[in-house]
Ligand binder design. Structure first.
Ligand code: MN
Length: 231
C-alpha cells in the first residue's frame, strides 16, 4: 500500500480491495512498516497484489536518477524483498502498474525511467477518466494473460511515464502497445505470476477482462501449493 510522506498517512485506492472482495477474496492491507514483518505477512496471505504508486528508486536497478519522478524509499525496499520472498514461496502474484515494475526489478529487470520523452510513443499518461480505456494492448497468444482474458487485444487505461526496459531472466512479455512499450509480464509456463502496466482496479466494475485478473488471483490463491499443504 502507499504512504503519503506529506500527510504521514498510509492509503490504498478503493478499487483494489473492492475488486478482490468482489472476486471472492479477503483483502488485507500490508503496511510497509518494517522488513521484520515480511515473513509474518507471507505466512498470513495466500496471494499478493502489488499495487500502483510512485516510481521505484533507480538505485534498485543500478541506475542513477534521470527521468524518475516521486519515490517512496521505505515502500521500495519492503516491496522488493516481499516480492522476492513471495516468488520463492510460490505465492501467486498480481502486479499492477508500479507493482509490475517492482516485480520486474525484484526479478532482475530494469526500468526505462521516463518514456514520455521518447519519440513515437503513445500517450501513456491519459487525461481521460481512470475507468476509461484509451489505448489497445496486443496480447500474445498462448500466454497466461491470453488464457485469463480470452482476448488478443484489449483496450486499457494508462497512467505511467515509465515502463520495463530489460526483461528479467526467465520472464516473457505477454502484452505490448503498438509503440513497443511492455504492458504485460509473466513467467513462461507458470500460472501464478502476472504483471500488467495498466490499472484494472479502476475498470473492473464495467469491464470483464479487467475483473478476470482479480478472479484469476483469487482462484490461484485458493488453489495454490500453500493452500494444498494446509489440507
Ligand atoms: Mn500504457
Amino acid at each position: 500500500m502507499s504512504y503519503n510522506v506529506e500527510t504521514k498517512r498510509y492509503f490504498v485506492p478503493e478499487g483494489y480491495p473492492q475488486a478482490i472482495n468482489a472476486a471472492g477474496g479477503l483483502p488485507l492491507l500490508l503496511m510497509p512498516l518494517s522488513k521484520d514483518l515480511i515473513a509474518y505477512y507471507l505466512d498470513m496471505i495466500d496471494g499478493l497484489l502489488l499495487s500502483g504508486g510512485t516510481d521505484l528508486d533507480p538505485f534498485y536497478y543500478n541506475e542513477e536518477p534521470q527521468g524518475v519522478g516521486k519515490i517512496s524509499p521505505q515502500r521500495d525496499e519492503i516491496e522488493i524483498l516481499l516480492t522476492r520472498e513471495a516468488i520463492k514461496r510460490k505465492i501467486p502474484i498480481l502486479a499492477i502498474c508500479r507493482g509490475l515494475q517492482v516485480l520486474a526489478v525484484a526479478a532482475g529487470g530494469t526500468i526505462n525511467q521516463d518514456i514520455s520523452c521518447m519519440e513515437n510513443v503513445l500517450k501513456h499518461s491519459q487525461l481521460a477518466p481512470r475507468w476509461y480505456g484509451t489505448h489497445n494492448v496486443e496480447i500474445e497468444e498462448g500466454t497466461l494473460l491470453h488464457k485469463i482474458t480470452h482476448r488478443k487485444r484489449i483496450r486499457v487505461n494508462s497512467f505511467h511515464h515509465q515502463a520495463i526496459d530489460k526483461i528479467p531472466p526467465g520472464y516473457i512479455v505477454s502484452a505490448k502497445t503498438v509503440d513497443g512499450i511492455i504492458e504485460g509480464l509473466e513467467i513462461d509456463n507458470r500460472s501464478d505470476i502476472l504483471g500488467v502496466q495498466w490499472h484494472p482496479e479502476c475498470m473492473w466494475m464495467n469491464d470483464n477482462e479487467a475483473f478476470s485478473l482479480f478472479r484469476w488471483l483469487v482462484y490461484e490463491a485458493a488453489t495454490s501449493d500453500k493452500q494444498n499443504s494446509k489440507r
